[in-house]
Design a protein around this ligand. Structure first.
Ligand SMILES: C[S@@+](CC[C@H](N)C(=O)[O-])C[C@H]1O[C@@H](n2cnc3c(N)ncnc32)[C@H](O)[C@@H]1O
Ligand SMILES: [Zn+2]
Length: 369
């Protein structure tokens, strides 16, 4: 069947847009991811007009690379699936667009060709492609990870193996997942004397997506690693504490409730996961030519408003603990701010919020709601 997305029209196998077809993958639920990719590519070229080549390393139907080509990028579409390769060629031609299509393993291709922007959108973990992408991309990597269970510690051993980090299964899954992913990518880039600079990151439903620029050099790579650290979490009282360090030195007992059930996780990327100057540029590049501009705009707004705190609380869960009804989120956050603490929503959940305040401080600040 034929689908339109943004300014392009492509053929996908099968007859239903609702289903993910088996022979060549197309997921209509990833429109937000692809729309945002296009807005990021536009914004990135506004700051670096030399960037021109884009590799869609796992192209499937070609939709992402074809949308990039329609934006004037010199796009290459790569896939190991021969049916995907044929479809990419057919879809480029159907849109009267130039582009190169390669039938190859992405790692092999990346090691032999260089690109300004490399987009990694695999089934599951991007780690098998991380070395190639992070060592070879000139300017920018765009990376999707759908293996959220290992990343957030729900599949603990798989998380340790794959990400060389200890991802703890906390109540703030999306933060642990995103920050474990960026931590591993930062350490991978550092092995090639490169510092990553997260321009934009988000956790949406079943995936994480990060856009990372680079600065090259041993010293900047060392500095980037200083953004890594560890987390202490107490599942009894929800206490959390972070340390920017390679050698965490947390106390054995929870400093708040003296529980011995505390867990230590990391290394996590503890610094900003998004550059607010860049997100402003992305916001300016969202227009009606995207498939669902309102959705992208809402996401960027809420990512932009979010404070850096690397953990979040869930208002409903806290109120349940305190045996009281939940409040409107805006009132709840205003009460925390009125008590003198920073507070924001979190972009991945309507009931999540971020604040450096402790559970006791939050309870006190919101008790009269
Ligand atoms: C999740 S799909 C990509 C979706 C696509 N980027 C989109 O936006 O619709 C993953 C694709 O990666 C391809 N693939 C798997 N292993 C690969 C490899 N080693 N090199 C290149 N492509 C690969 C699969 O054939 C599949 O088409
Ligand atoms: Zn505790």
């Amino acid at each position: 069947m034929r689908v339109t997305e943004g300014s392009v029209e492509i053929d996908i196998p099968g007859t239903s847009q609702e289903e993910i077809e088996e022979d060549v993958f197309y997921n209509p639920n990833q429109v937000l991811n692809r729309d945002l990719t296009i807005a990021v590519l536009r914004a990135y070229r506004d700051v670096n007009s030399n960037a021109s080549t884009y590799l869609d390393a796992m192209a499937a139907s070609g939709i992402r690379g074809i949308r990039a080509a329609a934006e004037g990028w010199d796009a290459t579409l790569c896939d190991t699936n021969p049916e995907a390769v044929s479809l990419c060629k057919q879809n480029l031609a159907h849109n009267d667009l130039e582009g190169t299509v390669v039938h190859k393993d992405a790692n092999a291709h990346i090691h032999q060709h260089s690109y300004d922007v490399i987009d990694i959108d695999p089934f599951g973990s991007p780690i098998p492609f991380a070395d190639a992408a992070l060592s070879n991309a000139h300017d920018l990597v765009c990376i999707t990870a759908t293996d959220t269970a290992p990343l957030c510690g729900a599949h603990f051993n798989a998380g340790i193996r794959r990400y060389d980090s200890v991802p703890r299964n906390t109540e703030f899954h999306p933060e642990v997942g995103l920050r474990t992913l960026i931590s591993t990518l930062a350490r991978t880039a550092a092995r090639y004397d490169r510092a990553i600079q997260p321009l934009l990151s988000h956790s949406t439903r079943h995936y994480h997506r990060v856009y990372l620029a680079f600065e090259d050099g041993a010293q900047v790579a060392d500095s980037a690693l200083e953004n890594l650290g560890y987390l202490l979490y107490c599942p009894e009282c929800l206490y959390r504490e972070t340390q920017y360090t390679r050698f965490p030195s947390f106390s054995d007992e929870c400093p708040n409730c003296e529980s011995e059930q505390t867990v230590i996780g990391g290394p996590l990327w503890l610094a900003e996961t998004t550059d607010s100057e860049f997100t402003t540029r992305v916001q300016q590049r969202i227009d009606e030519s995207l498939e669902d501009p309102d959705n992208v705009s809402t996401l960027i707004e809420s990512v932009d408003d979010e404070i850096t705190t690397p953990t979040h609380y869930d208002q409903h869960k806290l109120c349940q603990r305190w045996s009281r009804p939940a409040s409107a989120m805006d009132d709840f956050l205003d009460a925390i701010r009125d008590a003198g603490y920073q507070a924001s929503r979190a972009h991945y959940s309507g009931t999540a919020f971020k604040t450096p305040a402790t559970v006791t401080e939050i309870r006190k600040a919101t008790k009269s709601l």
